[in-house]
Design a protein around this ligand. Structure first.
Ligand code: ISL
Ligand code: CA
Length: 630
């Protein structure tokens, strides 16, 4: 039975019946390019963990089964299913802004808050309901704001607190909510807390972090960083190792310390009192680390790419901490809490977000972003059948009180059009297809700046065109250029293109003087893909996004409406019904490939919105069409 403690005598069926066990098995299968189907085989399900270890010991080593048993026995929680009230964020379209690359109002080549405010009319015109700002707090910018030096001060390059107050007020005037990016798994090493910790490692602030005495030649464990290299930095002045899952300048906070938790909930209340409508919580599933910080299993580390990840991607007190953030930091259910949770699966997501749990509202599940067995550093063509399988699986497992985010892009990932098909001939069709899938699926869509104008990856040719600490550390660690280029976060961080002028209107100075060179330069400047050019073209990707959002707003079918997939087993093709409580009913059908294929529902009803100028008995390459069912 699932509620007995797990032992080596437990079967794979027992493991799979545990929410976290199911996610872990699915994740391990994904990593080796397999789907969950193998767990339907009764012979496989009856296997005891001891047999699994004997069968796989040759290449998994001794630690995998022990790691799974330990993880499952530390997670007693079971999912809830509690109906919830309709909140604004169930129906919202969210737009992520990376302010550094959105718009520069003072000509220093760095995007800023006044630049965002100057373009809120674009977002209101597009029809988005909420903006998520990537970090704007004071930071030395080793990781462009994801290394916070002061949580209650605005980064100098971004502007002033008055500018942020103005942005929030103007957004609210336009009916647009504002959520801020809150990075509290770690701070910058320049944060006053960390400086105080180094000055007095055994004092109160020393306990805010993971500072460990020891031999300067040997870190306390074998964990590696997401930015290449080991996850420890030695500070001779303090004679201490400091844990950093990310860059060396991003020391991890110790959330087992109640003082840290109180600091965070205080920061949340400070920004909510200033009118902020919620937070996107950076790598929030990493905040609970197990006592003793045990070594990571080598096999898991090699498979997942990061040694030690099994110990913290879903730590023992994660839910306690999330519940405290909700209770003490953002108690109003209309304050939207979005968890960035790399590595967390569907069951873990439900345990973090079901309404009955009083933790978060939605999380980002990254699994659909790559095809099974792939990472963003693999240069491959993304097969949209993979998205179809992942989203259908997720939708069919959601119960009352569950909700999900829907996204393809953000400031950490390459552009989805380039992943699906980089052929310029298909750029618009793929852009409109992706827009249709994302904006008619069931969940809260998160658009990333540039996605609405069919932004694509950049043909970077050398390291000096890049700016991202992750890319630099990967190159320094010997990763080849092709891998770094394929997955570089810089693709998504080049300046927004507002018009057809040479600089794309990114830096606009009131007095017309020439602005500074942008902090990073875009390499692809093909005509027709700036906001102004797309706005003027009724057939543009931008106008398709606007029409989709307008259609979404006109009915309850695409927000809270039920979803029912049809022809789900038909490869390269995807169709579903959306039916609102109002009785509004639509059918979406899409061709997931560059090859024409038969349309199957042309007679479903009149076309509410389509991507082909002359819909016939065939679906054109990447054609997506929405029929209104009478
Ligand atoms: O997806 C990942 C690991 O599975 C990483 O690529 C990614 O860094 C991870 O999602 C965490 O990203 C967030 O935290 C980082 C910051 O650099 C990213 O920009 C942020 O989105 C550290 O704060
Ligand atoms: Ca600026």
């Amino acid at each position: 039975m699932v509620d007995q403690p797990f032992t080596r005598a437990s079967t794979l069926a027992d493991v799979y019946a545990h929410p976290v066990g199911r996610d872990v098995v699915d994740r391990l299968l994904l990593a080796v390019g397999r789907g969950p189907g193998v767990l339907t085989n009764p012979l496989v399900r009856r296997l005891r963990l001891s047999s699994v270890e004997r069968l796989t010991r040759r290449f998994t080593g001794p630690g995998l089964v022990e790691a799974v048993i330990g993880l499952l026995n530390s997670c007693p929680d079971r999912p809830t299913a509690q109906q919830t009230d309709h909140r604004w964020w169930h129906s919202a379209v969210v737009y992520q802004i990376y302010p550094r690359s959105f718009a520069d109002s003072n000509g220093d080549g760095i995007g800023d808050l006044r630049g965002v405010t100057a373009h809120l009319d674009h977002l209101a015109w597009l029809g988005v309901d909420c903006i998520w700002l990537s970090p704007v707090f004071d930071s030395p910018n080793e990781d462009f704001g994801y290394d916070v030096r002061d949580y209650r001060a605005v980064m100098a390059e971004m502007g002033t607190m008055a500018d942020l107050d103005e942005l929030i007020a103007r957004s609210h005037d336009l009916g647009i909510k504002v959520i801020l990016d809150l990075v509290v798994n770690h701070t910058s090493a320049e944060h006053a807390w960390f400086q105080a910790a180094l000055a007095d490692p055994d004092g109160p602030y020393g306990k805010y972090y993971f500072l460990r005495p020891g031999n300067p030649e040997r870190p306390p464990n074998n964990w590696t960083s997401f930015f290449a290299g080991r996850a420890w930095r030695w500070y001779p002045e303090a004679e201490r190792w400091s844990l950093h899952l990310f860059a060396p300048g991003q020391p991890d906070l110790d959330w087992e310390n109640p003082a840290v938790r109180d600091e965070v909930t205080g920061i949340m209340r400070f920004w909510i009192d200033k009118g902020v409508d919620g937070f996107r919580l950076d790598v929030i599933n990493y905040i609970s680390k197990p006592p003793g910080l045990p070594d990571g299993d080598e096999f898991i580390g090699n498979l997942m790419g990061y040694t030690g990840i099994e110990h913290y991607f879903y730590g023992p007190h994660l839910h306690d901490h999330l519940r405290q953030m909700r209770r003490d930091g953002a108690p109003d259910p209309d304050h939207f809490l979005v968890g960035e949770t790399p590595g967390a699966g569907i069951e873990m997501a439900r345990l973090m977000t079901n309404a009955g749990r009083r933790e978060l509202d939605v999380v980002f599940n990254f699994d659909p972003l790559e095809n099974p067995g792939r990472t963003r550093f693999d240069d491959y063509r993304y097969d949209l059948n993979g998205l179809k399988q992942a989203w259908i699986n997720q939708q069919q497992r959601m119960v009352a009180g569950d909700w999900t985010s829907l996204f393809y892009e953000n400031h950490d990932n390459p552009r989805m059009i380039s992943k699906v098909n980089p052929d310029p001939e298909h750029r618009d069709a793929v852009g409109k297809l992706l827009a249709t899938l994302q904006l008619t699926m069931r969940g809260t869509p998160f658009l990333y700046q540039g996605q609405e104008v069919a932004a694509i990856n950049q043909p970077f040719t050398s390291r000096d065109q890049l700016r991202d600490v992750e890319a630099f550390r990967m190159l320094d660690e010997g990763n080849d250029w092709g891998r770094v280029l394929a997955g570089s976060r810089d693709h998504a961080r080049v300046p927004m293109r507002w018009d057809a002028t040479p600089g794309g209107g990114f830096s606009v100075l009131a007095d017309g003087t020439a602005p500074a060179t942008p902090w990073i330069e875009g390499q692809s400047t093909d005509p027709g893909y700036s906001v102004a050019e797309q706005r003027d073209d009724p057939d543009s990707v931008l106008n398709h996004y606007r029409q989709l959002i307008e259609l979404r707003r006109s009915t309850d079918a695409f927000t809270l409406g039920e979803i029912e997939f049809v022809d789900a087993s038909r490869r390269d093709y995807w169709a579903w019904y959306r039916t609102g409580a109002s009785g509004d009913r639509f059918l979406v059908e899409a061709n997931l490939t560059a090859r024409r294929r038969p349309a199957r529902h042309r007679d479903a009803g009149e076309i509410a919105l389509g991507t082909s100028p002359a819909p016939g008995s065939w679906l054109e390459p990447y054609e997506a069409v929405i029929y209104r069912i009478e």
